[in-house]
Design a protein around this ligand. Structure first.
Ligand SMILES: [Ca+2]
Length: 472
């Protein structure tokens, strides 16, 4: 009898000891821009610590290189193409889709976010009271003040430090970052203007790292750090041409480190392919809850625990629909593809459309609005016809063929399209059929090649202006 009571007591203790979860999520912060990931210039002691005391991932990707679509996948654990409007930027989040935060709350967890949660878009008028990321708080301290004693918590700390509107000219140098030492990806012109802007962005990465460090310090002070799973990552890549909204690594590959003492081996590294979509089933499993049948994602708890993976994690599917309102008729630019350790395959489903937006539609700072208004973009547009610039300009701003294939080992910046090279025909065929199989298995409406369903979902952000009418 005593033994039975002891067992029950131990079982109850284990239940009470459910760890907390802290998600540190940057905004438009690319994989390579962390010291632990090999960047020689930027200083990211907090990310490096999470990697050193936890597991660092080299193949973590966002499912869609666009803010709210990726965030829709994170909260639901489902492929973007299953989420109707929520697969596009600045759309509605249909209330019928379940989100993991609601289930945690129902299980007694304290759930909230600060900064950027699920955004940008509208959930309030479509069946949800709370942001899909949880209840909004001023900051982590305010959230913790509202927690009941011993209540497990999930907190989403959404930084916007690295978003383009924060990149101020000169902050890189002010932070001691030497523009001469930054790496310029091959898709961008290697000129002082671009180097200066990269340095300014890296300064923002350092500020984000420090802000996340304050949350870690708060947990340490309260004695909760070691009972908290810390996930340190970003929602998608940086806002340079060839980055955000485009399916190359600069837009899709993200930093990821997970610290969980006692479960995740300190200083470990994994090359398993993990999608941010996998967070939802993983968080449910951490909480002792089951993944839902509609989820297309899979928990990566096995990888975290260093167990043989239950799932072959050797590829990541990437997709996009409409990003900003930058094509006449508010048209999407649909892409489906797959990234493996060796190749990136992309299928542009409407190659007759402009991937970066119509040249005559003005959005935010000018045409080609699916490239955000960095100084680098403006430089490239102003020098589009300079010798040497045209090929780079075409890579980011020009139309693209129906298929793209990149050898990511020999061409990590993905600037040489091998899709038409007969030597790669077999590789391309395998990746193409893998993409088809994924689309069919997950009920992608794009399996019907004629569908244009995403062109009809309303865009809720600022509308593009027709340059021919405004003469702007
Ligand atoms: Ca983002």
């Amino acid at each position: 009898m005593m033994r039975l009571l002891l067992c029950l007591f131990l079982f109850a203790s284990a239940v009470n000891a459910a760890p907390n979860i802290l998600l540190l999520i940057g905004d438009n912060w690319s994989y390579e821009h962390a010291a632990a990931n090999g960047d020689k210039v930027v200083r990211t002691p907090v990310f490096d610590r999470m990697a050193h005391e936890g597991m660092r991932f080299t193949n973590a990707f966002c499912p869609v290189p666009s803010c709210s679509p990726t965030r829709s996948c994170i909260v639901t654990g489902r492929a973007a193409h299953q989420l109707e409007d929520a697969a596009s930027l600045w759309s509605k989040f249909p209330g019928k889709f379940r989100v993991f935060g609601d289930e945690l709350r129902q299980a007694g967890w304290h759930v909230g976010f600060s900064g950027k949660g699920w955004a940008p878009g509208n959930f309030k008028d479509f069946g949800r009271e709370l942001n899909p990321a949880g209840a909004q708080y001023q900051d982590f301290a305010a959230f913790m003040a509202g927690r009941k004693e011993k209540q497990p918590f999930f907190f989403w700390f959404g930084s916007t430090h690295t978003a383009l509107h924060q990149w101020k000219a000169g902050t890189g140098r002010a932070h001691g970052i030497d523009p001469a030492k930054v790496r310029v990806p091959k898709a961008l012109p290697d000129v002082p203007e671009v180097r200066e802007e990269i340095a300014d962005y890296l300064a923002q990465v350092e500020l984000m790292d420090a802000a996340f460090g304050e949350a870690i310090a708060l947990l340490e002070k309260s004695g909760e750090l070691d009972n908290t799973v810390v996930i340190h990552t970003s929602d998608n890549g940086w806002q340079m041409p060839h980055g955000l909204a485009h399916c190359y690594d600069e837009g899709t590959r993200v930093p990821l480190a997970v610290r969980w003492p006692g479960r995740v081996q300190a200083g470990s590294m994994s090359d398993a392919f993990v999608s941010l979509t996998d967070f939802a089933p993983t968080f449910l499993e951490i909480a002792g809850l089951k993944a839902w049948p509609e989820m297309t994602a899979h928990s990566f708890m096995d990888v975290l625990k260093g167990e043989p993976p239950a799932l072959k994690r050797d590829r990541m599917f990437i997709e996009r629909e409409r990003h900003a309102n930058v094509r006449r008729g508010d048209l999407s630019y649909p892409v489906r593809g797959v990234r493996t350790a060796e190749f990136l395959y992309l299928r542009n489903l409407r190659p007759e459309r402009w991937p970066a937006g119509d040249p005559e539609l003005y959005y935010a700072v000018g045409p080609y609005g699916d490239i955000d208004g960095s100084r680098t973009k403006l430089y490239m547009m102003a020098h589009a016809n300079d010798p040497g610039m045209r090929p780079l300009f075409e890579l980011s701003f020009g139309k693209r063929p129906g298929e793209e294939l990149y050898d990511v080992k020999n061409d990590p910046d993905q600037v040489v399209n091998l899709a038409a090279d007969p030597r790669y025909a077999r590789v391309k065929a395998e990746l193409s059929s893998s993409t088809d199989a994924w689309m069919r298995a997950t009920g992608d409406p794009r399996v019907d090649a004629a569908t244009n369903v995403w062109d009809s979902y309303p865009y809720l952000g600022g509308m593009a202006k027709d340059l021919r009418q405004t003469k702007k």
